[in-house]
Write a protein of this length. Sequence first.
Length: 319
Amino acid sequence: MFISENLINEFCLFYQNREKAESTIQHHRSNLHELLDRAKTEWFAQLQVEDITLWFVERYHAYCRTLPCTRTSRYHGIHKNLSSSTIQWKIQAIKMFLKFTSRIYGVWDRWIRIESPRCIKPPIECLNDQEIHDLLEYISRVEVFDINKYRSLLLVLLAYTTGLRLSELLNLTYEDIQYPERMIRGKWAKDRLVFFNNCVRNLAEKYKLHREKMIPRNWIILPESNWLFISHNRGRKCSKQTICTLFKKYRDWMHLKKHLTCHTLRHSYATHLLEQGSDIRVIQELLWHSDITTTQIYTHVSNIKLKAERAKVFVNMAY
């Protein structure tokens, strides 16, 4: 059975019917296209499902380990090659595709024997209060145009004060933040209660006013949009790549040694709640984790608190 664009579309439909996240499905689609391109240049003119043997997967795994880190990656400039999590995604796409062909067409039922690469998770990083303050001050100072400044400030404050993931932030509308609390549709299509500060709503109003004016850089008026975060080139919903590039720019300009992403701000949100004495069960609900063990890993105890707790017992020890 040849792997055609039609077969990949069927694969996507198969997992859409099983309520897989659309971002995950599109990620798998992209990885399958990369696989086809590699196979066409190195191994097969037209790849068939039967050609994807266990040894084929091992060879492709070895090839992925040689690929350079992409410019949009959070590890660009830090790691030379793709991260273990990116490689894991590429192999997982193959495994899920073979699972689909096995279930629907009865082709290649050995997908379960494919081992997913081990994913080495980097240590959790978060920003302290001073670093959050410095980031907000820096954005206010360096952004030339007010529309860019208010979008960035709103993004940072929302991520830090709500703990929302990037995908959840980009799906917010102006209607969502008109109230102090709101049910938001988040990851796994679950509804989540989110609390919004007054400063966030005030920033959103300032950002909206500037969106209605002519954009200084290209001198256009953006079309009206209800999305909270939009591209300032065409007025469409902001993409993940735009936000990741934005954060990377701030990190490089500020010479931060820590990673700066929406997830870094989510880590900071959880860690600061823990340091202020919030119950782990409350943090679990605020982060929307179904398993408490996930929260325990997420909300690591900071080195500052470790040092303070140890000092209570041993700092005044005499010999």
